[in-house]
Design a protein around this ligand. Structure first.
Ligand code: DX5
Ligand code: ZN
Length: 220
C-alpha cells in the first residue's frame, strides 16, 4: 500500500548549482527532493526560504518536499505555495495551538500537509493530526536533532515509527537524519517508507547506487 519515496536532502548539495544537482538526483531515480527551510531560530542554522524554492521551481517539475524548521510556520504557507512547494511539513512543537488552522491553510493553498517531530517529542502528539477531519498526509519522524546534515542516526526514534505504522498501515511515514546504507534496514523494517538522505547520497561516489539501495530496502 505504501510506496517508497526516496528524497535526497538538497541541504547536502552544492547550493551554487542547485538546479543541476536537483535534476541529477531525479535522473538517478530520486522520487522527491527534500528541501530544508530553516529560520535560525527554531534551529541554530539558516538555510533557504521561498525565493530559492521559486528559483528552483523554474528548473524542475519534481515534487519539492519542504521541511519547515521554523518557529512560525503559518507565516510561510502562502509564500511557499506561491513559490511552488509541493509538500509543506511543519513541526508539531511550534503548532500545538493552531495545527488545525495550519493544516487547512496548507491544503487550501494546494500543498500536501505533513507534520514533523523532534527526537524528544512523544509520538502521541501527532495522532490527532492524522485522525482529524482535515488530516495530515505524512508524519516526519526526525532521526537526528534538526538543524544540520551529517549527524548520526538515533535508533531510539524507531519506536515512534513502529507505533505509527501499527496504527496507520497506509500513512506516509518519513525519516530524516543519518539515513544511508548502514541504517536504512532498521528504518524500513520499523515501517518508514519516505526516506530522506543527504550526506549518504551526495557524499557517495555513485549516488544512484545509494538511491537504489534505499529503495530496495523499503520494498523488502
Ligand atoms: C536536518 C535536516 C535533514 C538533513 C539530513 O535538520 O532536516 O534533512 O539534511 O542530512 P543527513 O542525511 O546528512 O543526515
Ligand atoms: Zn529535513
Amino acid at each position: 500500500a505504501v510506496s517508497p519515496k526516496i528524497a535526497p536532502s538538497m541541504l547536502s548539495s552544492d547550493f551554487a548549482n542547485l538546479a543541476a544537482e536537483a535534476n541529477r538526483m531525479i535522473d538517478l531515480g530520486a522520487n522527491w527532493l527534500h528541501m530544508d527551510i530553516m529560520d535560525g531560530h527554531f534551529v541554530p542554522n539558516l538555510t533557504i526560504g521561498a525565493p530559492v524554492i521559486e528559483s528552483l521551481r523554474k528548473h524542475t517539475n519534481a515534487y519539492l518536499d519542504c521541511h519547515l524548521m521554523v518557529t512560525n510556520p503559518m507565516d510561510y504557507v502562502e509564500q511557499m505555495a506561491k513559490a511552488g512547494a509541493s509538500g509543506f511539513t511543519f513541526h508539531i512543537e511550534v503548532a500545538k495551538e493552531n495545527w488545525q488552522e495550519l493544516v487547512m491553510k496548507i491544503k487550501s493553498a494546494g500543498m500536501r500537509p505533513g507534520v514533523a517531530l523532534k527526537p524528544g517529542t512523544p509520538v502521541e502528539q501527532v495522532y490527532p493530526l492524522v485522525e482529524g477531519t482535515t488530516p495530515v498526509e505524512m508524519v516526519l519522524v526526525m532521526t537526528v536533532e534538526p538543524g544540520f546534515g551529517g549527524q548520526k542516526f538515533m535508533p531510539s526514534t524507531m519506536d515512534k515509527v513502529r507505533a505509527l505504522r501499527n496504527k496507520y498501515p497506509t500513512l506516509d511515514i518519513e525519516v530524516d537524519g543519518g539515513l544511508g546504507p548502514s541504517t536504512i534496514d532498521v528504518a524500513a523494517a520499523a515501517g518508514a517508507n519516505c526516506i530522506v538522505a543527504g550526506s549518504s547520497v551526495f557524499g557517495a561516489t555513485e549516488p544512484g547506487e545509494v538511491i537504489s539501495l534505499l529503495r530496495t530496502s523499503v520494498e523488502k
